[in-house]
Design a protein around this ligand. Structure first.
Ligand SMILES: [Zn+2]
Length: 123
């Protein structure tokens, strides 16, 4: 359960932050999820609700933003979006590690993180 463990970590961090400021209640949490984490936002929401049930985060609003994957090519210096190819087996565009400019192998430089962007709390 990928989403379960990530969401556990997120909830832990938010509660820690809320504790530090002696917050009475957490009202809203804004998350940025990189597309390359392959986390399912619906699953994250599902876990969020379960994990916050008995905490001061109960009933808080969860806002999920998705950030694009970013790659960098060491060969030609290209930096930007992934090249997507249609996978006939999956019927979805799949990211490849080929540079869209020169065809070399790119490195992932972004989109792999799950970050807490903002927390709104009542103090
Ligand atoms: Zn390149």
């Amino acid at each position: 359960m990928h989403e379960g463990s990530i969401t556990t970590q997120v909830v832990k961090n938010v509660l820690q932050e809320a504790n530090k400021r002696n917050a009475k209640k957490v009202v809203e949490v804004q998350l940025v999820i990189g597309k390359l984490t392959f986390l399912n936002p619906e699953q994250v929401r599902f876990w969020y609700e379960i994990l916050t049930k008995d905490t001061i985060m109960k009933g808080s609003r969860l806002i999920i933003e998705e950030s694009e994957g970013v790659v960098k090519c060491p060969k030609c210096g290209y930096e930007g979006d992934f090249k997507y190819v249609d996978d006939p087996a999956m019927h979805v565009p799949t990211p490849t590690l080929n540079c869209p400019k020169c065809g070399g192998t790119v490195e992932m430089v972004g989109g792999k993180d799950c970050l807490i962007k903002n927390i709104k709390m009542m103090i």
